[in-house]
Design a binder for this molecule. Structure first.
Ligand SMILES: [Zn+2]
Length: 152
């Protein structure tokens, strides 16, 4: 029985307002975006467009365009992916992730549930939070202060 509607019990986060079934995401997203955002993949280190991106503006979810991070919270971690020390309040949800034999904190877009990356704490970076939001570039779009949009 094929259906394009999302059964209510499959919506993990009741605050998520922009959820869609995977069949719709597949039509909207590139195959690599789908692999990262919907299947919790990780782009290869040092390949993302935004790792060394230093323009001023706002990073939004590549899937649903909700604003997630301001460029003012971005810092260079050297880890191979864009790093932010804080998200826009409420925009990013945290979940415990025990895959690969590690306990990590997964971060997702609160609005659509798209996978963004992980948060690491206490690494000693000289930032106000001592947290590193390690985010896949491909999960983000960038809006500069003139309204120009760049895909990750
Ligand atoms: Zn989203």
């Amino acid at each position: 029985m094929a259906t394009d509607t999302v059964p209510v019990e499959n919506i993990a986060d009741p605050s998520a307002k922009k959820q869609k079934p995977d069949s719709e995401w597949r039509a909207i997203l590139s195959p690599e975006q789908f692999r990262v955002l919907r299947q919790k993949g990780t782009e290869r280190a040092n390949t993302g467009r935004f790792e060394d991106h230093e323009e001023q503006g706002v990073y939004t979810c590549a899937a649903c365009d909700t604003p997630l991070y301001k460029s003012t919270t971005k810092f260079h971690s050297g880890c191979g992916w864009p790093a932010f020390y804080d998200a826009i309040p409420g925009a990013v949800s945290r979940h415990e992730d025990s895959s690969f034999g590690m306990t990590r904190i997964e971060i997702t877009c609160t609005a659509c549930g798209g996978h963004l990356g992980h948060v690491f704490k206490g690494e000693g970076f000289a930032t106000p939070t001592d947290e590193r939001h390690c985010v896949n570039s491909i999960s983000l779009s960038f809006h500069d202060n003139d309204g120009k949009i760049t895909s990750g």
